[in-house]
Design a protein around this ligand. Structure first.
Ligand SMILES: Nc1ncnc2c1ncn2[C@@H]1O[C@H](COP(=O)(O)OP(=O)(O)O)[C@@H](O)[C@H]1O
Ligand SMILES: N[C@@H](CCC(=O)OP(=O)(O)O)C(=O)O
Length: 366
């Protein structure tokens, strides 16, 4: 058994993401029997001492039949209407299924903004923590009825990876309708299962295709979410919901993605993956070398220009002289203050403006 699988099997805090394709179908809507089987496996895992956070897709899928719709809508308004109907059914189904074991569930609906803004990020974190402290099982989904195109996470695989980091999970399990990552779309013929992904080379030549009639991002979104989680130190197991008992038990099925050994701090993860950027700082070649190679803080002297209306505490992109983005970081000054500081060495600046523009602890290179 690989180290990654042992880590998933032994994880104390687990985020389990269930795809639409696993619990809904176009003709039958929400599959309550499948959901019960999933809850049986989740309950088993909780009894053995793990905390579980569920990320459940399926709101749009569950809302189609009650609205007389026969295909997944493409336009935002109909999707939001379907999600509004379906989320109610979905949350109710999770609630009644966990009630068989005397467990209470708490619904948590998030928009990308709730994770991208630092204060809301902490707020979501607190809610999830408190639910677990009160022994309720958090069931998370995107807040589809209010999420506009700009405010979307993109897909629930990414949401699950962000939630895994948010709650300090020790493992992320992605359950879909396919039993793992194949080197090509298994619906299109001969494809081979990839059991372990330990380095980017393991993904050479892999074609991650689109999803089914109800899924959103297909395998491509699962792959990028798995890499996002694994890069930030969370091991990932990807398999089919029909294998949930084994995935949550011995973790001896599907594809395992090894985590990077050094877990990224919550703040750096947020800067790198979750926060929106509010502006751009243009760096000269010396400043690029200092922040990228020597991991130094960014000083005003190495900045040649800026754009955007940012405030101190916002995240900005750092761009080199060739126009390539080399990093992101939390800027210490408002745009108006920084505007006249750029190009000056620290000694030339007044004492209250001598802090680095972006401190090394708040800076991630890409
Ligand atoms: N390389 C691949 N390996 C495995 N599955 C793939 C691959 N490329 C495309 N797929 C398809 O991706 C689908 C899963 O994505 P999706 O429908 O979005 O699931 P979910 O609803 O669980 O998020 C599978 O049904 C599978 O046919
Ligand atoms: N939030 C949407 C699902 C979005 C999504 O990414 O779906 P999926 O690809 O099935 O995980 C819903 O509940 O219908």
């Amino acid at each position: 058994m690989s180290e990654t699988r042992e880590a998933v099997a032994g994880a104390r805090r687990v985020v389990v993401k269930i795809g639409s394709s696993a619990i809904t179908s176009l003709v039958g809507g929400l599959d309550r029997d499948r959901l019960d089987c999933l809850v049986d496996a989740l309950e088993e895992r909780m009894r053995s001492g793990s905390d579980v956070v569920v990320v459940s897709s399926g709101a749009v899928g569950a809302g189609l039949a009650p609205l007389g719709l026969t295909i997944r809508p493409r336009d935002l308004a109909t999707k939001q209407a379907a999600a509004s109907v379906g989320q109610l059914a979905l949350a109710h189904a999770w609630g009644t299924s966990f009630a068989r074991y005397g467990r209470t569930v708490g619904q948590v609906l998030l928009t990308a903004d709730d994770i991208a803004r630092r204060t809301q990020h902490r707020n979501a974190q607190r809610t999830l923590d408190r639910l677990r402290a009160l022994h309720a099982v958090p069931v998370v989904n995107e807040n589809d009825t209010v999420a506009t195109a700009e405010l979307r996470f993109g897909d629930n695989d990414r949401l699950a990876a962000l939630v895994a980091h948010l709650v300090g999970a020790d493992a992320l399990i992605l359950l879909s309708d396919v039993d793992g990552l194949y080197d090509g779309d298994p619906r299109k013929g001969d494809a081979h299962l990839i059991a372990e992904v330990t380095s980017p080379e393991d993904l050479d030549g892999v074609v991650a295709g689109s999803g089914g009639a109800l899924g959103t991002g297909g395998m491509a979104s699962k792959l990028s979410a798995a890499r996002l989680a694994a890069d930030s130190g969370v091991p990932v197991l990807l398999t089919a919901a029909s294998q949930a008992d084994r995935a949550l038990g011995a973790a001896d099925v599907g594809t395992a993605f090894a985590a990077r050994p050094d877990r990224m701090s919550a703040r750096r993860f947020w800067v790198r993956h979750a926060a929106d950027t509010h502006g751009t700082l243009h760096l000269d070649a010396g400043a690029v070398r200092a922040v990228v190679e020597r991991r130094r803080s960014l000083l005003a002297a190495g900045i040649t220009g800026m754009s955007g209306r940012f405030h101190g505490g916002d995240v900005v992109a750092l761009v080199g002289p060739d126009g390539r983005t080399v990093g992101r970081g939390v800027v210490a000054y408002d745009a108006a203050e920084l505007d006249w500081m750029i190009g000056f060495s620290t000694r030339q600046l007044p004492a209250d403006l001598q802090r680095p523009v972006v401190h090394a602890d708040d800076l991630v290179t890409l």
